[in-house]
Design a binder for this molecule. Structure first.
Ligand code: HEC
Ligand code: HEC
Ligand code: HEC
Length: 339
């Protein structure tokens, strides 16, 4: 009898222990918050689920603000420290805690300076009264801006072969929506050079996309745009060199389907978009179409002259370039339809 009792107790203890381990790995934001709290000696926030409430028109649905959970793990005291200190900590913490920091930096050209504001320029006077604070430039990346840092498209072999010449005056609306225009949100400040909206006001996903309510890294980082500035500029450059002839100047489609379709953007994740570009018509999803394979050839592909309109080409774009393009396509996802 006694041995039965001992065995059962041991099993119960093991079960409780297993549940505790499960519980703490499912809620990894808690340990990240505790680390943050001890690193910055910060008692200014509650070690509970942290939420941001972006303060602009599109962030509202009816009367309620749409919530973001990114700050459960990143700068959970954003509301108390303000945008400038938060921006510094975002960059510092990334360097300190991201094990693959170096490869993410080189792939996405991170500068290590996180914008604190959206403003009409790349710098604004700091709220501390001393010096300046970094900003993402709405006049370039905003809806009415030119959309991307200037570059010139020349008729290189690829787009010449497609018989398509990009109009060099093409203007693409930037990745930032009209509703975060600092001229509107900070209209009380009449000097345009001083108009600014903090990242505490706009939240994170307006620039980074991602799953706004995700509480583990995989869910939250779903379809993440890592560097909204580089991925947009570099993405536009690649897009206007290789893709515009079939998918249209604004992603509206042509010989190929539209890439700005909100239903498809909302439904398909970055793996799908990556595969489309990497394997093109050699993958089962696009077999027999004219979508070129910009990377490799799908493993189960065999050429069939009766079905295929072309033979697979060899790699034109590197894996990094295709990742940038998939993040660029994400920019067409409208803020209001993000999950
Ligand atoms: C469960 C915790 C967690 C949540 C929630 C979370 N992140 Fe992260 N994120 C991390 C960690 C950990 C890192 C790497 C270290 C760091 O930057 O502090 C990271 C890194 C990043 C990076 C750098 C690129 C990369 O791939 O490492 C970006 C950008 C980012 N997060 C944005 C977001 C956005 C936007 C949200 C909300 C949609 C979000 N994160 C929600 C944990 C999280
Ligand atoms: C105005 C647009 C914008 C907003 C809003 C924004 N970010 Fe970023 N984020 C950027 C840019 C641009 C970079 C690339 C910075 C660089 O060159 O290092 C970046 C980079 C990052 C990185 C990588 C580390 C670094 O500094 O390079 C992390 C982590 C991150 N952001 C998290 C967040 C979180 C969390 C929020 C919300 C609190 C947020 N971002 C809000 C534009 C933004
Ligand atoms: C020669 C014309 C052509 C060019 C150039 C082209 N595409 Fe396509 N693309 C297509 C066609 C046609 C399809 C539809 C394939 C099908 O019917 O399954 C397609 C499909 C796609 C899809 C899948 C869309 C969806 O909603 O399922 C993506 C993503 C895509 N292309 C991205 C790109 C990118 C990025 C480039 C530039 C690197 C590019 N395409 C260049 C013709 C083209």
């Amino acid at each position: 009898m006694r041995w039965l009792f001992v065995t059962l107790s041991a099993m119960l203890i093991a079960l409780v222990g297993w549940a505790a381990v499960r519980d703490s790995t499912d809620r990894d934001y808690l340990s990240i918050q505790q680390r943050y709290q001890s690193d910055y000696n910060d008692t200014g926030f509650n070690v509970q689920i942290q939420q941001a409430f972006p303060q602009f028109a599109d962030a509202k649905r009816g009367d309620t603000f749409r919530v973001e959970r990114c700050i459960s793990c990143h700068v959970p005291d954003l509301g108390t420290v303000g945008p400038e200190i938060a921006a510094q900590r975002l960059a510092q913490d990334f360097l300190k805690y991201e094990p693959h920091a170096q490869s993410i930096i080189s792939q996405n050209h991170l500068t290590g300076v996180h914008p604190a504001y959206i403003a009409n320029g790349t710098q604004v006077p700091s709220s501390t009264g001393k010096g300046t604070a970094p900003a993402m430039d709405y006049t370039v990346y905003g809806f009415t801006g030119t959309g991307f840092a200037p570059y010139s498209v020349t008729g290189n072999a690829t787009n010449a072969k497609q018989g398509y010449q990009v109009d060099k005056t093409t203007v693409l609306p930037g990745p930032l929506p009209a509703s975060v225009d600092p001229k509107v949100l900070n209209a009380s400040q009449t000097n345009p050079a001083q108009q600014k909206v903090g990242i505490d006001q706009v939240g994170c996903i307006v620039c980074h996309n991602g799953g706004r309510l995700g509480l583990n890294q995989t869910d939250a980082h779903q379809n993440l745009i890592v560097n909204p500035q580089f991925d947009f500029t570099q993405g536009a450059k690649l897009y206007y060199t290789y893709c515009v002839s079939c998918h249209g100047v604004q992603g509206e489609g042509g010989k190929g389907p539209p890439l700005s379709n909100q239903d498809r953007l909302g439904y398909f994740n970055e793996d799908y978009y990556y595969r489309c570009v990497e394997y093109g018509f050699t993958d089962f999803e696009h077999i027999g179409s004219i979508m070129p394979n910009w990377g490799g050839v799908a493993s189960d592909y065999t050429y069939d002259p009766a079905r295929d309109k072309q033979k697979p080409g060899s790699r034109v774009l590197s894996e990094d370039q295709i990742h940038v393009l998939t993040q660029f396509i994400r920019h067409w996802e409208s803020y209001t339809t993000l999950p």
